[in-house]
Design a protein around this ligand. Sequence first.
Ligand code: PGA
Length: 255
Amino acid sequence: MHPIVIANWKMNPETFAEAKRLFESIKKTASTSKTVDIVITPPSVFLQGLASGYKGSLVRFGIQHARAENAGSYTGDISMIQAKNAGALYALIGHAERRYPKEGVGMTNEDARAQVRSALSLAMKPVLCVGEQSRDEHGGHLAYIKEQVDVALADVQKHQFKDIVIAYEPVWAIGAKEAMLPHDIHETTLYIRKVVADKFGSKPALSMPILYGGSVDDANARVVLREGTTQGLLVGRASLDSLTFAKLVIALKNL
Ligand code: PGA
């Protein structure tokens, strides 16, 4: 399995012209790094413009957030089916910045569950983002993650695991100075596999890619992937600078 790198641009860049420049550079990186699967989740207003002009297959697109309902009175929102029509194959679901927004009310595990169901019904690939807000020595964070996984995957059938990706992102490591220690990443992703195995059996649990996200950059990407034993990375800030992102992807070639 190739490592997956998801470039989560969040609410960047400011203009479509800049987004196109960044995409041009990522296309070049992708053409020299065919052993790494690259996915970009641009702001939704740029998605169609970027995806419709791209005839290649080395870069895939995703949506950062979309509602489960196909249509309706939800001012300012977009639906999963609209995202698919605009060119998204992947859907980030339950990113920390949607669960715990700086203002307003965040999405719940039940919202994530509906979005996973919606994405799968559209033959999209849900990237379920989970992670604790803080850790405690009694392991309360593990129960917290278990609940996130159990509820969001409650409607999934065993055979659908071939399309599911989990991104483990401890909230405290997002936008931070340093990533989580690889040993702790390893331990937590093992736990997530166990949660999935307990419910769905070991086959889906072992084959499902688990990514890590939270302060990954070109300097730590390789170690995080190898020693954290993850199958890919969800990258925020380091995906916005073309040179840094190119170095990050190159670091994952020939693992
Ligand atoms: P970061 O963001 O790489 O800037 O920490 C990661 C994320 O939010 O997915």
